[in-house]
Design a protein around this ligand. Structure first.
Ligand code: MSP
Length: 520
């Protein structure tokens, strides 16, 4: 395999105020698919995820639940967030918590450096604050309604809850100095922020002018203490963004840091501003390279609005995996939503795609092929020249899928791969191997058909393994694929070799689901 540049991808770290919903799982799956693809291509890959545990939001939730913030976070991490990763087969290489000692130590190093280099000063701040967003708000970010629970109050457009007025002595980060360098960055690296819609929004925002950023709080103490003034704790976003470098050894393990940094940042578009404005400004101030890319994906919508726990529209991932399984969960969200755009979740669409594309399309193809090799060749895969049209489709979809993954067009990669599923099903229909099997003079033709479809299935297993790791492992074992599936170079999927015997699947890769179950 030809290893290219290292690939370090990080998800946002999740607030532990509540349990995960499918919007959170969506970010995780997308990052995991990209990481698995690169890992399987032989790139030096690292996938980081974790939890964001400081700040007022977590503190208030813990207090409301008669808990301490640390005990609350420990419980949610152990009972909800880590199990989510297992539930949807996320292959993260590390899990960072902002309460980890390694994080807190490295944050202090970073802060002290910015302070010593003159990027931090003390001042007075007064403004509207949304605890849901953990962010000071401008009037543009707020709305007032004439009726309802919060009539006459200023409420955050994202959370729909009233903002608070905060007035404090704070430490400030001189972010305004970075207005020009940031605009230069967006200009000189046009793909730094993607997709285009998010890039345009960020450029507009920065062009309006950047204020300095308040980075400390003294009204509560759940956070990392400012090293030169223990009466203040660090602003939760400043603390959280640093996880991307503290997790890989910033200030402690230079060799590892050099090896991994910079990262690709995959975030929901609601938090792209933090990642594409504040974060690169912080890195520039510290003399570090900025991230490779900030990709802001769209939202899962319910009734046209962002799915959210605070609006009680959250769907728990296990509601889906219990019926459809983790592979189908992963497949569905990556296939049905154009990556970078919003998408509406619906049970009907999930169920329809499951039946058509997974059960009848891919799953049935696998079962048929394996059964035919068993029936007509006693389980031995014939050695024969492959059908040239199918072989060239295998090559083409491998290249298309890789190019799509490079562009973060995950849905396009799947669509390209599915043309091979459809073509193999069509090939079987046209070739009619059941008819060929009845005519001894057609034995050579039948060998070609069987060898071709088994090879096609192997290529599908290699290409789909980053998307559906469990089903493809089963398929690989059933067609007698040599070596580990994860070790097959995904960029050369169509060139895989080495099968001898097939073994029947003990059950379908994607069993048909009764309508009542699917719409439960
Ligand atoms: N803790 C911050 C991130 C700090 S990163 C230094 C945070 N956490 S979050 O738990 O609220 O959100 C984590 C991720 O989940 C974000 O990328 C967010 O966009 C994503 N999603 C939350 N709801 C979502 C949908 N309904 N749809 C898609 N993604 C959603 O923000």
């Amino acid at each position: 395999m030809a290893a290219r540049e290292p690939f370090y991808i990080a998800t946002p770290i999740f607030y532990v105020n509540d349990v995960p919903h499918i919007g959170h799982a969506y970010t995780e799956v997308a990052a995991d698919v990209l990481a698995r693809w690169h890992r399987q291509a032989g790139d030096d890959t690292w996938l980081l995820t974790g939890t964001d545990e400081h700040g007022q939001k977590i503190l208030r939730t813990a207090v409301a639940n008669d808990s301490s913030p640390k005990a609350w976070a420990d419980t949610l991490v152990a009972d909800s967030w880590k199990p989510l990763l297992e539930l949807i087969t996320i292959s993260n290489d590390d899990f960072i918590r902002t309460t980890d000692e390694r994080h807190e130590k490295a944050v202090l190093i970073f802060l002290q450096k910015l302070h010593d280099d003159g990027f931090i000063y003390s001042g007075e701040y007064e403004g509207y604050y949304c605890v849901g967003c953990e962010e000071y708000k401008q009037l543009d970010d707020l709305m007032e309604t004439a009726d309802g629970d919060y009539a006459g109050q200023k409420v955050c457009k994202i959370h729909g809850r009233p903002v608070e007025i905060l007035k404090e002595k704070n430490y400030f980060f001189k972010m305004s100095q970075f207005e020009k360098p940031l605009l230069d960055l967006y200009e000189s690296q046009p793909d730094f922020i993607q997709p285009e819609s998010v890039r345009n929004e960020i450029i507009q925002f920065v062009k309006q002018g950047l204020d300095d950023l308040s980075i400390s709080r003294s009204s509560f103490d759940w956070g990392i203490q400012i090293p030169w003034d223990h009466s203040h704790v660090l602003y939760v976003w400043f603390d959280a963004l640093l996880n991307y470098i503290t997790a890989i050894g910033y200030g402690v393990d230079d060799a590892n840091f050099e090896r991994r940094w910079p990262a690709v940042q995959l975030v929901g578009k609601d938090i792209a501003r933090f990642h594409a404005v504040i974060w690169p400004a912080m890195l520039m101030a510290a003399g570090l390279p900025v991230s490779k890319k900030v990709f802001g994906h769209g939202w899962l919508l319910v009734g046209g609005e962002k799915m959210s726990k605070s609006k009680l529209t959250g769907i728990a991932p296990e509601q889906i995996t219990e019926t459809f399984g983790a592979d189908a969960f992963r497949y569905y969200f990556m296939r049905a939503i154009s990556f970078g755009q919003d998408g509406s979740f619906s049970w009907e669409d999930l169920s329809a795609r499951y039946q058509a594309e997974l059960a009848n399309g891919f799953g049935n193809l696998a079962s048929r092929v394996i059964a035919m090799v068993g029936r007509y060749r006693d389980g031995s895969v014939p050695v024969a020249a492959l059908d040239e049209t199918i072989a060239s489709t295998e090559q083409r979809v491998t290249e298309l899928a890789d190019a799509a993954i490079e562009r973060f067009a995950i849905h396009e990669a799947l669509a390209a791969i599915w043309t091979l599923v459809d073509e193999l099903n069509g090939y079987i229909t046209i070739q009619e191997p059941w008819a060929l099997s009845k005519d001894p003079a057609k034995a050579g033709e039948l060998d070609t058909v069987l060898a071709t479809v088994v090879h096609g299935l192997g290529t599908l297993a290699v290409l789909l393994s980053p998307f559906m790791p469990t089903a493809t492992e089963r398929l690989w074992a059933a067609i007698g694929g040599a070596g580990e599936l994860r070790a097959q170079d995904v960029r050369a999927a169509w060139q895989w070799t080495g099968t001898g015997k097939v073994t029947p699947l003990d059950s379908s890769l994607f069993p048909r689901i009764e309508q009542t179950e699917a719409s439960a």
